[in-house]
Write a protein of this length. Sequence first.
Lengths: 294, 314, 214
Amino acid sequence: MSSANRVLFDAPGPRARRRIAVISVVTVILIVAAIGWAIELFARSGQLDPNSWVEFTEWPYVRFLLNGLLQTLLCTVVSAAVAIPAGVLLALGRLSRNGLIRRLSGAYVEFFRSIPLLLLVYVFVGGLPAIGINVPVFWKLVIPIIACSSAVLAEIFRAGIRALPRGQLEAASALGLTRSQAMRKVVLPQAIRLVIPSLVTQIISLLKDSTLGYAASYPELMKSAENLTAYTHDLIQTYLVVSLIYVVINLALSQLARYLEERQGRNRNVLRGAGSRRVRRVNRDVNDVVLNAQ
Amino acid sequence: MRFARTKSTPTRLAVAALAVATLTIGLSACSSGSTGGASATPTDPYDKAIAAAPVAPASLVSQNDWAKKIKAAGVLRIGGIDTGPLFSLKDPVTGKTTGFDAGLAQMLAKYITGKPNTALTTTTVDTRETLIQNNTVDAVFATYSITPARATKVAFAGPYFQSGDAIMVAAANKNIRSVADLAGKTVATEANSTAVTALESAAPTVKPLLFAQDAECVAAVQQGRADAYVIDQSILISDAVANKKVKVVGKPFTTDPYGIGVTKADPAAKQFVDAWLKKIEADGSWARLWKSTLGTVVAGNPPTPPAIGSVPGS
Amino acid sequence: MSTLASYFGQIMVGLGTALSLTVIGFAGALVLGTILAVFRIGPITPLRLVGTVYVEVLRNIPLLCLLILFVFGLPDIGIVFDLYTTVAICLALFNAAFVCEAIRTGINTVPVGQAEAARALGLTFTQSLRTVVLPQAFQSMIQPLVNVFIGVLLGSSLASAVGVMDLLGVAQFINLHQAWGIGLFAAAAAVYASIALGMGFLGGRLERKVAISR
């Protein structure tokens, strides 16, 4: 992923390779032993009793969980679709030269990334209906998620923008680009690539934010797990299965992000003709200027 | 209560009735309660209880502003939970929520609108009063104990049920037999029940442990995190039937009156619901519902419902 | 509201619990997360794998799931910690994945040339990390790490869901008695928010202080 990774150490020599092989074997043995031991103890306390697992093979229960998953995904997709562009705008706002915009975006970000999401959900559940604003249950959950995660995303994008060498922006303006053009065509594309690991993490935590659905009476996956537990009394089994579902879904998400990241990188090298000629020229010229300056 | 799962067979219910018979103060005359019969639709005792519940004459509804609005909306908006065994539990298979509280809500909906249609907003300890005050729900049915503090914010119809907290301990535990033995012990209970306040007066030295769900409290007792679990006796009994590693001891040591929370702003609401409660208690609907829900684990005849307005705050 | 004073002691204990959980959880996450980050960028393949799998699994489970599994699952394999310890361990394990990613993001922002130059000077993996890459990466790690700290703080409020009387737990407990409802929750949330805001402010100052102008 990081190109810095590969330059931090030499290719290992024969002795290092032997040492690595030993560490590998020991690590694998330790991990397998630990897992085996845990399963053994687990079985001994009766948690592997087939009776406690059979419901996860029965369609009505599977359907119930799948429905919860669908609600979770719906909530995530809508939240992400709004929160990511909003986060970019807020990050740009915080770096704006207009003092008012800068202060307003700063205040928004500091406020919304600090207050507990649950409180905001409660505002939509309990506070706003009292003054006549009663949005549908879905939005009682999604609007607070958007409000909070756009603030966190803004901080991530800002960190990425600030990490870019100043020369990029300076070079762009030396080439006659306005500040907004430079941001759009030079800074942002590079900055977003820099922060992709944090970005994926944040999208995943956005998915997990939907677990607050219980407070808004929204039937997402965790709420479904609670229902299932109350009905079947199989606490550990249900939460293991649900955890597994979350892990699989989120892994798929990060793989998708990684794929996009790689494809974007390849496009820039291989498909040089893609994109408008002007953008291409700007990118090349900026790189030249930066190289010369260094 | 419906047990659609293959492993929850009628045998289990029979065991339940047996266990209870040996356990409770109740009458020894063992009821031959029909256990989850499977044939045409109206034979399910729960559905039958709802089907037999009364519908108000149109004139009665139109005279009451609160009920009139609900009838116009065509659905009763209720606050509650759907994870509470025996009182309000959603069946993941059918998607239907049943139980004593759920059934009462459906009966009230039917009384007003003619159909047992309810729309559930799930509530937490934090949100119950607020959802009534801000008119998100028409009524709260949530094993909702009537207390004077709560009555300053919402109006309580009822009490409709007298709950009694009992004690669950690990099957091997021989030291805890009554509430007196709880002194200094760690006791689990559900965070949204009033069992914790009841414990404070009955056994002030108890260290309470609040969990979100019934299943977690049971696990805490089973694993020794808590010495005991205190909540309504019927819930404990149904848990103990499903799990041989725990048992229920002693008699119920509290009398916790459950009420139906409605708005304080419109006195018509409480008045209407109180009158309806009196009606279903008199015509046998209440007893039929008890029999098909709590009566599936508690042996004997339905108890006498508490008198309406008999506790402070109602 | 005069009765609020009668709960003062409990509220303070709850606040103390929330804060100590946060500090212990964050410290644990910082140590474990750094180790994981070194695993993930280091030369030893199985350790890279361990780091990757750890991060991918832990950051993908909702914290509440993890808490429930630890509190009610561990006793079944013979490990019983008290609830407070279990929650602290969960917070550390869960957030270590995020610390690891924050550190990696920070390292990612250091231009490749810096690492190449360090290697060209003959520095080893550890030396180039310690003396060249990490100091430069530190600035862009601060905000993500502050985010993680705030995450630990807000995550600690889930402790009340598994029976630990933290600030939120105390608020819910008082609600059972007094039925103050969302107002009381909002007050508790305001306390969390002001701590988080304070941390965000400190983070911003620290970030400016260590800024490297390029």
